[in-house]
Design a protein around this ligand. Structure first.
Ligand SMILES: Cc1ncc(COP(=O)(O)O)c(C=O)c1O
Length: 469
């Protein structure tokens, strides 16, 4: 098996658990970064905040072309549940290739595909799986959401979609229409019509000025009132779509009671309920799926990112009664990526075998506890929130200043500086949320306590380094 590992035993990446940082990393662009800047379109995004040219990676560690090592708590934006180059995932790829399996088969079946489907079904709650149908989309998360939109509209014969403030479902025409963030939408005209936005239960910046359980109850009341109002101006929706934990919107979990109430209301009105677990699914939150905490089931579930074990994969799961497709109504050439079937099946098998969802719950609780200490020490973190290993820190002005709605004033400049100072100390974390003021953790499920200690020390030091601001 060692010949499938990308690094020899003498390699520091295979031996290291955390980066060793003696001096702050030098982030001036090297030749590769300059070349990227020259050739690649202005549309590039991550390299602006994370200016790294990656040479190799293993587990949570990434080595750049200058030999600097980083602990990666972004991990391909949540795709790498088992970290980089897990030996058994690498082996699954090699085995698939050696077995003569084609790279892709459109939507024709293979033993690898059948195994993947069975693994996915057994990863789902039994109550959902027993009546579920799977649809392969391809290969991006946005395509799964696009398929969900079409499915919901054709099943109900309605055109309206409801999404939430802070939502992120991708960047295609339909998914972008359901996006909260206005910056990326600013120059888009003619996005999918008939989308309406409802308030998400975001305690810190509650539209009802309440927060907590009361704020979530008010959001439900608002939704129910609108749906029952014959003067609301909103046609009855085909579906309500949401992320049980908003990711890009700032790591905001929907309380279980909110989801239960949403299920009650959608059932009463014959509206489909779509959960987008593209980011929060596959164990990150300490449950197989984030919605499981609520005990309710969606009509349609969108999955991508980690479900492919690190390779591109995008699927929909829905109740068989919703399966209103006619043959070929949502196709796509790359729906049959066989290597992703092999890696996806292997990843789910390993997650179950090694109790990695439990690890996410335990490691997440440890990470959260330590981040709360940092919040108390530093005074610039309004909230540590999220579930399991999907955690966010909302950075606000330390002087306690409030905006005109009486909410803590966001501090986007400092958030950006903290992210950069973390990078100089060997830690890769993401940033997002309202005004870009939320630092985000989305590490692989295999993160260990030593790595968490390293990450928290880096965050603390980065915050102190930006103290003057
Ligand atoms: C919740 C959610 N839905 C959909 C998407 C879109 O996935 P993709 O970028 O693969 O199109 C993302 C990506 O970040 C996401 O976080």
């Amino acid at each position: 098996m060692s010949n499938v590992l990308p690094f020899g035993p003498e390699d520091q990446l295979t031996a290291a658990v955390v980066p060793v940082v003696n001096d702050l990393y030098d982030l001036t662009p090297d030749e590769l970064l300059l070349s990227q800047e020259h050739y690649e379109s202005e549309v590039r995004s991550y390299p602006r905040r994370l200016p790294l040219a990656i040479k190799k990676a293993q587990g949570l560690l990434v080595e750049d072309t200058r030999g600097q090592i980083f602990l990666d708590c972004l991990a391909g934006a949540g795709t790498l549940a088992l970290g980089y180059n897990h030996p058994e995932i690498n082996e699954a790829i090699v085995d698939a290739l050696n077995s003569g399996l084609p790279y892709q088969t459109l939507d024709m079946t293979t033993p690898a595909k059948d195994k993947f489907i069975r693994e996915v079904m057994s990863f789902l709650p039994q109550e959902f799986a027993q009546n579920a149908r799977i649809q392969f989309c391809g290969p991006s998360g946005a395509d799964a959401v696009e398929a969900a939109i079409k499915l919901a509209k054709q099943t109900t014969g309605r055109n309206t979609m409801v999404a939430f403030h802070g939502a992120y479902h991708g960047q295609t025409n339909g998914t972008m229409a359901m996006m909260g963030n206005l910056n990326t939408k600013a120059r888009r005209t003619g996005l999918m019509s008939d989308v309406h936005f409802f308030p998400f239960p975001y305690s810190l910046r509650c539209p009802f000025g309440q927060g907590g359980e009361e704020g979530a109850a008010q959001a439900i009341r608002y939704i129910e009132r609108v749906l029952n109002d014959d003067e609301s101006g909103i046609q009855k929706p085909a579906a309500i779509i949401l992320e049980p934990i908003q990711g890009e919107g700032g790591v905001i979990p929907a309380p279980a009671e909110f989801l239960r109430e949403l299920r009650r209301i959608t059932t009463e009105h014959g509206i489909l309920l779509i959960f987008d677990e593209i980011q929060c699914g596959i164990g990150k939150t300490g449950d197989n799926f984030a919605f499981e905490e609520s005990g309710i089931m969606p009509d349609i579930l969108c999955l991508s990112k980690a479900v492919g074990g690190g390779l591109p994969m995008s699927i929909l799961l829905f109740h068989k009664d919703v399966d209103s497709w006619r043959p070929g109504e949502h196709t796509g050439t790359f729906r049959g990526n066989q290597l992703a079937m092999a890696t996806g099946a292997k990843a789910l098998e390993i997650i179950r075998r090694d109790n990695l969802v439990d690890n996410a719950a335990k490691a997440g609780a440890y990470l959260r506890e330590k981040l709360e200490v940092v919040a108390a020490e530093t005074g610039c973190i309004a909230e540590v929130r999220g579930r399991g290993l999907m955690l966010g820190l909302e950075i606000v002005k330390k002087d306690g200043s409030l905006n005109k709605l009486g909410e803590p004033m966001a501090d986007p400049q400092r958030t950006l500086q903290i992210q950069r100072e973390c990078l100089k100390r060997g830690l890769i974390i993401e940033k997002g949320g309202r005004q870009g003021s939320v630092l985000r953790f989305l590490p692989p499920l295999i993160i260990n306590f030593e790595q968490i200690d390293f990450a928290v020390d880096a965050v603390r030091a980065a915050i102190l380094a930006t103290e003057a601001n």
